[in-house]
Write a protein that binds this ligand. Sequence first.
Ligand SMILES: Cc1cc2nc3c(=O)[nH]c(=O)nc-3n(C[C@H](O)[C@H](O)[C@H](O)COP(=O)(O)O)c2cc1C
Length: 195
Amino acid sequence: MQSRFEPVALAHACRLINHGPTVLVTSRHGDKRNIMAAAWSMPVEFSPPRIAIVIDKATFSRELIAASGHFGVCIPTASFVQQTYAVGSVSGREGDKFERFGIASFDGPVLGVPLIEDGAAAWMECRLIPEAHTEDAYDTCFAEVVSAAADPLAFSGGHWQFSDANASLHTLHHLGAGNFVVAGKVISAAKPAAS
Ligand SMILES: Cc1cc2nc3c(=O)[nH]c(=O)nc-3n(C[C@H](O)[C@H](O)[C@H](O)COP(=O)(O)O)c2cc1C
């Protein structure tokens, strides 16, 4: 696939989710693949870059991720709000959600997880960190980011660049019940004066 995304340095990968966007978690094991929405994710380690993401033990995604040890994190844009809500509202156990909702994917360069660029501003490939507590009791999954890329129209120089000019690429932030706000007006703080 011809990608318009550019690689994101791993040292900057956690910045892709630092501002709390709703993400799409993708997974594959054997001939099954899946995609779900997740609002709860965060960076947890600088180097190597590690993230935490809450993936309900009851989901089909969790089953595929536990079996494969990998998952993808795609960051949907305002233009993808309908698909984002849809993949978070039905389970992949009922059928392939990529086909059902017309979502185009390609295989990630390092782990081969399904990734999306049409409707997304960035993606990461993640390797699950085996954790006894996660397997037994918790919904929180820890993972190391092993590759990342972003649309240079929305993320460049290691930072999100949101403006009126790229409104359709702004990220989604879930308020609940299918309502979202988009990453909005940027306000910049000045450096504190030297004391
Ligand atoms: C906007 C949105 C955000 C969501 N955030 C989370 C989340 O952070 N963690 C989670 O486990 N489920 C979350 N869900 C619910 C899952 O996406 C949902 O249970 C999904 O159907 C699971 O799909 P699966 O069984 O195919 O894996 C969210 C749903 C929506 C619509």
